[in-house]
Design a binder for this molecule. Structure first.
Ligand code: AMP
Length: 194
């Protein structure tokens, strides 16, 4: 049962409007499906758009933010449910604990880092839930090529390609999550290529 989805996405306000449009569509879709949005708690960029659209469509949003960001007033004012944590590491841990699935929308280094940490933990069997990459207009092609290259050159195993699923259309995000079986808790024993 998917009750809460964590969305990693950009904090930048300067990206093209098509990225805001997709974040808004996803926020509305999650509200409609009564799925809570778990996210970084920010008010700017795709983060802000996602939270605002979900709330305005009657959805539920949980922000998870380190104290230093609250102190500089980065927290979204309309979000009522917040978990403030000590640092960025704790925040990433909470994202995973709180969520039944992860989605990465386009973003910058913060989004990449969160996504790659989740992929790494899943490879080790420490996180078992679906990870969906929204490859809007091929934004994530270079990252997907790098991951595929890591598999092709045996830095990772063929089985590791099932850790994530990339989709091209925002409407395919939820079906991809629902079609993904839980990862094998025994993954640790297949994490190394010997
Ligand atoms: P990025 O994809 O580089 O924009 O990073 C998004 C992530 O960066 C968020 O999850 C946060 O870790 C952090 N971040 C950067 N700026 C903000 C902000 N204004 N509000 C909240 N989180 C932010």
């Amino acid at each position: 049962m998917i009750n809460r989805i964590c969305v990693y996405c950009a904090s930048s306000n300067q990206v093209a409007s098509k990225y805001f449009d997709a974040a808004r569509t996803l926020g509305e879709m999650l509200a409609l499906e009564k799925i809570s949005v778990v996210y970084g708690g920010g008010a700017t960029g795709l983060m802000g758009e996602l939270a605002t659209s979900a709330l305005r469509a009657g959805g539920h949003v949980i922000g998870i933010m380190p104290d230093f960001m609250r102190e500089v007033e980065w927290a979204h004012r309309e979000v009522k449910e917040f978990l403030f944590v000590g640092d960025m590491h704790e925040r990433k841990k909470k994202f995973l604990e709180y969520s039944d699935a992860l989605v990465a929308l386009p973003g910058g280094c913060g989004t990449f880092e969160e996504l790659l940490e989740a992929i790494t933990l899943k490879r080790l069997g420490l996180f078992l839930k679906p990870i969906v990459i929204f490859n809007q207009d091929g934004y994530y092609n270079p990252l997907l090529e790098m991951l595929n290259r890591a598999v092709a050159e045996k830095f990772m195993g063929e089985n590791h390609k099932d850790i994530w699923k990339a989709v091209d259309r925002v409407e395919d995000i939820l079906p991809a999550i629902r079609e993904t079986p839980d990862w094998n808790a025994d993954a640790l024993h297949q994490a190394r290529l010997l």
